[in-house]
Design a protein around this ligand. Structure first.
Ligand code: MN
Length: 358
């Protein structure tokens, strides 16, 4: 039996009021779910996904079809719950799942719906196993956008497939052998939106243990802005690496002191960035939950920040009722922008109209 070691870290990030991500780790089944929907329904959707996985995780899953069937069951559960309760209507969640399946050769089945991802670090190179179900991924597939452009596209967080939205869902799966030394990483988009693949590779290939890797990845995403919830699960295949010989005591103390100073420095920088972040920037939202609510641009922090309330700077003549459900969900995430220009670009793309009142 292959031995696996794992760790998971989730964080609300620096901006969002709630953490709508959920994760599951049992030792053989691992998942990250990124919920979406207004009034905290996203938290409910991702929690239902984790509950269903937990209930099914009593014996090894037989293979890719069994994993896909589990994901379809989760879809039905969330869809039913959304239809039972009008406050949860339209809720959904992404799901990145990796499960060790029964068989002669140790193997993972990786399943994906939405834009949470599964990566594999093997022999020093990082490979994205899953393919996003997102608007920008479709543009990349069509050759209309490069991967670099996709990273910064204003609509990069629009998912084209999620669990709970429709009565049926298509599930993509990949089967990969579990090779000693492999490191798998599952994450929500809050990581990859903030941290470049090169830096993810650097952290994954230098961190000694899964908890170190997961902690450093989440810290990097928060340091880069932390505009979304961040969840990371790291799984190592094989025996733990042998610890290197301990340095002499004096050396440990000196390094401890230096690390402590660096830590304090970083903490001050992070705290200043956090305070400043709350005062500046723009976000786009609908001014209410009814279909007549206009699309608006505000400056400041949703819900206020310390003593400062957000201020509306632009009201468009595009209304909630004019928007497709996918666009409504995107706007309800209250996307943030550094400059008014970027926020206005987003408004123009969403409303498909540049006739916006200033
Ligand atoms: Mn997210």
């Amino acid at each position: 039996m292959t031995t696996l070691r794992h760790a998971a870290v989730t964080d609300t990030g620096n901006v969002r009021p709630h953490n709508e991500d959920s994760y599951y780790c049992s030792g053989t089944v691992f998942a990250v779910a990124d919920g979406m929907g207004g009034h905290s329904a996203g938290e409910v959707a991702s929690a239902i996904a984790v509950k269903c996985i937990e209930e099914a995780d009593t014996a090894p899953l037989a293979g890719a079809e069994a994993v896909a069937e589990l994901v379809r069951t989760i879809n039905a559960e969330i869809h039913d719950e959304a239809n039972r309760d009008s406050a949860k209507r339209g809720m959904g969640t992404t799901l990145a799942l990796a499960a060790v399946v029964a068989g002669d050769v140790p193997a993972f089945v990786v399943a994906n719906v939405g834009d949470s991802r599964t990566y594999l670090l093997r022999d020093g190179s990082l490979r994205q196993i899953s393919t996003d179900h997102s608007y920008v991924q479709e543009l990349v597939d069509e050759g209309a956008l490069t991967l670099g452009e996709a990273r910064h596209h204003p609509l990069r967080n629009i998912v084209t497939r999620a669990l709970g939205i429709d009565a049926a869902v298509e599930v993509d799966t990949w089967t990969i052998p579990a090779v000693q030394g492999d490191r798998l990483m599952l994450c929500s988009d809050g990581l990859v939106d903030e941290v470049h693949d090169d830096d993810i590779l650097d952290i994954l290939s230098t961190a000694s243990a899964p908890d170190d890797a997961a902690g450093r990845l989440v810290a990097a995403a928060k340091f880069a802005g932390g505009k979304d919830n961040i969840t990371v699960v790291v799984i190592d295949v094989g025996e733990p690496s042998t610890p290197t010989e301990a340095p002499p005591d004096g050396a440990t103390r000196r390094r401890g002191l230096t690390l402590f100073s660096v830590f304090i420095g970083l903490a001050i920088v992070a705290a200043s960035a956090w305070v400043l972040n709350g005062m500046r920037g723009y976000y786009v939202t609908f001014d209410g939950t009814d279909s007549g609510a206009p699309l608006v641009v505000r400056t400041g922090q949703p819900g206020g920040w310390l003593w400062m309330q957000p201020r509306t700077v632009t009201v468009s003549d595009f209304h909630r009722g004019d928007a497709l459900p996918a666009i409504q969900r995107q706007v309800d995430r209250e996307p943030r922008f550094d400059t008014l220009d970027e926020a206005m670009d987003f408004v123009v793309v969403v409303s498909g109209d540049d006739d916006v009142q200033g």
